[in-house]
Design a binder for this molecule. Sequence first.
Ligand code: PLP
Length: 261
Amino acid sequence: MSTKPVALTIAGSDSGGGAGIQADLKAMEANGVFGASALAAVTAQNTEEVSRAHDLPPSLVATQIDAVVGDMDVKAAKTGMLSAPPIIETVADRVATHDLRPFVVDPVMISKTGFKLLQDEAIDTLVNDLLPLATLVTPNVHEAEHLTDVEIDTPDDLRAAGAALLEYGPDAVLVKGGHLSGADDAVDVLVDGETGRRFQAPRIDTEHTHGTGCTYASAIAAHLAKGHDLGAAVDRAKRYVTGAIRHALPLGHGRGPTNHF
Ligand code: PLP
């Protein structure tokens, strides 16, 4: 009987289906792995706004992780929206206890519609408890600037921010330059201590980018679950997310979602 590697996402739900757990599972399946999930929060959300967010009890987040890991051979895990210190501490504890690796941390902070998905008082917990466990952290420009003192205007700044984030203890950092203005290409920089490798793809001129970060991190986790090394996983995921943006769906009245195919 044929089977698939299993990847686990620990993140928030997006009722609109474009970001969060829903994007993660679609991206994982589209990239050839079976996606399992532990919900950390529920959001009432569509392409225009996040109207409400509710955290699940940390113990319930832990029990979901334990249930999946106790049964299936999880080959990679990733986190998305983890909004509050107790949830981040709990996830860090379960990831360490189960030795969940490779482990991709998407340091989700704010939605494109402007809703705070990470509480201000949780930033220190994210940095101190979760980042040291990460195989890869995937901040966008906004998140990287928030987590470091680096002001980012150029691809060289992406590398500097990645190097600063490495100090917190992850194995590698992928700083995503999609939000940099002016350039024809969307450039991301992978920093792992020795090298700063660039991943480049044509910038796609669209408003429909909801769920892009979730999709990218989940596609990376999927390729890691399949056994690719980090560089190959990022390369494949970058190509996937570029196609998912190019074919984004103009659903709803706001920013349409990336399209998983
Ligand atoms: N909602 C949830 C639950 C998320 O996890 C995320 C992103 O990680 C978002 C919304 C943000 O999506 P976007 O900024 O792409 O609209």
